[in-house]
Design a protein around this ligand. Structure first.
Ligand SMILES: Nc1ncnc2c1ncn2[C@@H]1O[C@H](COP(=O)(O)OP(=O)(O)OP(=O)(O)O)[C@@H](O)[C@H]1O
Length: 285
């Protein structure tokens, strides 16, 4: 038994059954994450980021290898791994307060009624949502709903917070505010976080390490970039910071130079097959 790593993905592989046979989405994904680390997963669309996250969440079972959290194998969802999706999944008939309260009540915690109330209020405060605690999801903005979703996940006191493009659907300003809140909360609570993002700046600003994935099929980890910028991080100050821009450049290089080649081969194939089917169609016509 080793206590060295908090969260370990070992030789994770994933095959999906499809109409055309097995589709090998992931192959040999190896990652060791320390407690309190903030990890971003970045890669082109369809490379397998959500699949990795779903396997860690226990929503998918890897077809090869596996995940170990604090020396226990992950093979089903559990309250120690909370997930925040892009499209906030609040229950529409419950207020912001009640949505968070429900999650707290579903998590074994031995709190009294009074303690539950205080805990729910505390978590709404963390995401600056106390003022709208009694509002229904339909009465608040997308960014506010996302805040409640994060409060709900945090209130479960997960060891690991899993976020699948949590700010993807938000406008730039709301997104910046929420990123700042998440950084503050992470500094305060020290949870382990795995976040999927398509946004290079977001990845550099928030992460301790950026895990860059190769294109699928058989996607895997291409490179891991440690981000050694001091915390707290300030987006305005970092805009002129050389180190920050270097990291940004490294990620862009990976995505648009190193991984582009594979894409253009794919694109080439697609074009070829389109041309062929086009020719067939015109022949038929
Ligand atoms: N249930 C499934 N059945 C068959 N194929 C699947 C299934 N889920 C995902 N895939 C395939 O596995 C690959 C990885 O999908 P995944 O959703 O993990 O990618 P992603 O990197 O999260 O994409 P995006 O950035 O667009 O959200 C894709 O080719 C996808 O079509």
């Amino acid at each position: 038994m080793s206590h060295k790593h908090h969260l370990e993905l070992t030789q994770v592989g994933m095959d999906f059954p499809t109409a055309k046979g097995q589709f090998n989405a992931l192959q040999d994904v190896n990652l060791r994450i320390n407690k309190g680390e903030f990890i971003s997963l970045i890669g082109h669309s369809g490379c397998g980021k959500s699949t990795v996250l779903n396997i860690v969440a226990g929503l998918y079972q890897a077809t090869k290898g596996g995940v170990i959290l604090d020396n226990r194998e992950v093979n089903e969802p559990g309250p120690e791994r909370a997930v925040v999706f892009q499209n906030h999944s609040l229950l529409p008939w419950l207020s912001a307060y009640k949505n968070v309260e429900l999650a707290v009540k579903q998590t074994p915690n031995g709190r009294s009624k009074k303690e539950i109330k205080e805990w729910v209020e505390h978590n709404l405060e963390l995401v600056h949502m106390s003022h709208a605690a009694d509002k229904l999801p339909a009465e608040i903005s997308g960014g506010m709903k996302q805040r409640v979703g994060i409060a709900r996940a945090l209130a479960m006191e997960p060891k690991v917070l899993l976020m699948d493009e949590p700010f993807g659907a938000l406008d730039a300003l709301t997104r910046a505010h929420l990123q700042d809140s998440v950084m503050e909360i992470h500094a305060q609570l020290g949870n382990t976080v795995i976040m999927i993002t398509h946004d290079v700046d977001e990845a550099v600003l928030l992460s301790d390490r950026i895990v860059m994935m190769t294109n699928g099929p058989a996607a895997t980890i291409g490179e891991i970039l440690p981000i050694e910028l001091d915390r707290p991080r300030n987006r305005i100050e970092l805009a002129d910071n050389q180190e920050y821009n270097h990291y940004r450049h490294e990620v862009l290089k990976f995505l648009y130079e190193k991984q582009r080649k594979v894409e253009s081969v794919d694109e080439h194939r697609k074009k070829q097959s389109k041309r062929k089917s086009g020719a067939t169609r015109s022949n038929v016509a």
